[in-house]
Ligand binder design. Structure first.
Ligand SMILES: Cc1ncc(COP(=O)(O)O)c(C=O)c1O
Length: 432
């Protein structure tokens, strides 16, 4: 291999990263995942360099006869799964899906009611993110710490008093389903739209292990396509509404918030959706069991796992208050040294986003690698070694690398047919 030295360095960096994150670490970042081999292969396609501004059949450029079919099939397949009236798969991320939806439903701005980041709201729900740019006034939906959920009576007061254009549900720290039905009834009585941001739990919804917000009364749901739903990074909007509002959503996506749609992800997203059709229930079921098992094992090892009295979690996530170990930043750094990747996270009782008391764990990727309840107990014992027993993280790292050796194949997805792969790459101009 004779590439310029700086390029070789870059190639090596990518390979080092791949080896580290794919084969040697336990990844517990709740917003990440890995695609199946087939989805990854097909992610590499000519559409990564193309444009198709506009909508299916009404493009501004030529050369789009196949992408029209691909995008149309993907949107229809999601509409079927979700029971949606309109699906837009063009948003390139969950954040873009949110912004396009806010703009479509309330182009003149106004009031948006959402959760604070302490209570799990995403930055794109809040005054720190997109709502600020769109000149919304953000009012906070109150949080009931005991029930670790939205305080419905408090939310009623906020909604009736402020009559928001949009009430936003769904979260980044999301342990228990939000009361969509109750809040939708209140919101609709004052003329608000209800959006449920399903980014984190989308794979659980598609797998049938989390309530479908459109069936619970949300008007629109937005999502990412790469968290519990294990597709490529991307976004989507699914509307349960009829008529002109869906055209407004379409215009919010293009020309307002996107110009190109990163269309090479469409086919890989479709592969993932078909995989979810076949394996989604098993996968979602195992995720929820694993999250519960991890929470219980951490609790048994002496960690302050959030929501003990509520059974810890009904999603892929586990939240742990690690203030007694120095807080989320200190703990996530120590765990990283042991090859366990987590993020620091605010908890409802926190004041500072920079020095939060929590860590958030997600088991969806571990589940994808084939781990089950027994492995969750092993992971919890790694936490104990590093944080309670004071074992050198480097020593624990050796054990984590060893542990990962048994989990290097993505489950709940399709393998690559070698013949197909050779033909696929050859047509792309890649000859091996
Ligand atoms: C609830 C929620 N919505 C939206 C997003 C943003 O998604 P994306 O990173 O695809 O823009 C996130 C990100 O993690 C999230 O947690």
């Amino acid at each position: 291999m004779a590439y310029p030295g700086d390029l070789e360095k870059m190639l090596n960096l990518v390979m080092e990263h791949n080896k580290w994150r794919r084969r040697e670490t336990v990844n517990l970042i709740a917003s990440e995942n890995v695609m199946s081999p087939l989805a990854e292969l097909i992610y590499l396609n000519d559409l990564m360099g193309r444009y198709a501004e506009g909508t299916v059949g009404k493009r501004y450029y030529k050369g789009t006869k196949y992408v029209d079919q691909i995008e149309g099939a993907l949107a229809n397949a999601f509409a079927d799964v979700l029971g949606a009236k309109y699906v837009d798969v063009r948003p390139i991320s969950g954040t873009v899906a949110n912004l396009a939806t806010y703009y479509a439903l309330a182009p003149e701005g106004g009031v948006i009611a959402s959760l604070s980041t302490r209570a799990g709201g995403h930055i794109s729900h809040n005054q720190v993110g997109g709502p600020k740019a769109l000149k919304f006034r953000v009012v906070e939906l109150p949080w009931d710490v005991e029930r670790f959920n939205i305080d419905v009576d408090g939310a009623r007061r906020v909604i009736e008093e402020n009559k928001p254009r949009i009430v936003l549900l769904g979260a980044s720290l999301y342990l228990f389903p939000h009361p969509v039905r109750e809040i939708a009834e209140i919101a609709h009585s004052v003329g608000s739209y209800v959006i449920h941001d399903s980014a984190h739990v989308f794979g659980l919804i598609v797998g049938g292990r989390f309530p479908n917000p459109l069936k619970e009364g949300a008007d629109v749901t937005t999502s990412s396509t790469h968290k519990t739903f294990p597709g490529p990074q991307g976004g989507l909007i699914a509307s349960g509404l009829e008529g002109e509002v869906n055209e407004a959503i379409s215009r919010g996506v293009f020309p307002v918030f996107t110009s190109n749609y990163h269309m090479h992800r469409y086919a890989a997203t479709y592969v993932t959706l078909v995989e979810m059709r076949e394996f989604g229930e098993q996968y979602a079921d195992q995720i929820v069991r694993n999250a519960r098992a991890l929470a219980e094992a951490l609790h048994a090892n002496g960690f302050d796992v959030v929501a003990e009295g509520l059974g810890f979690t009904r999603t892929h996530q586990v939240a742990v208050d690690v203030s007694k170990f120095g807080g989320g930043e200190v703990v996530s750094s120590l765990l990283e040294d042991a090859n366990i990747i987590v993020n620091k996270n605010m908890l409802p009782w926190d004041k500072s986003a920079v020095k939060p008391s929590g860590i958030r764990l997600g088991v969806q990727e571990a589940t994808r690698w084939g781990m089950r309840e027994g492995e969750m107990a092993e992971i919890a014992s790694f936490f104990k070694s590093v944080l309670i027993d004071g074992v050198e993280p480097a020593k624990v790292r050796e054990k984590v690398v060893e542990f990962r050796r048994n989990f290097l194949e993505v489950k709940y997805g399709y393998k690559i047919d070698a013949e197909f792969a050779r033909g696929f790459l050859r047509d792309l101009g890649i000859f091996l």
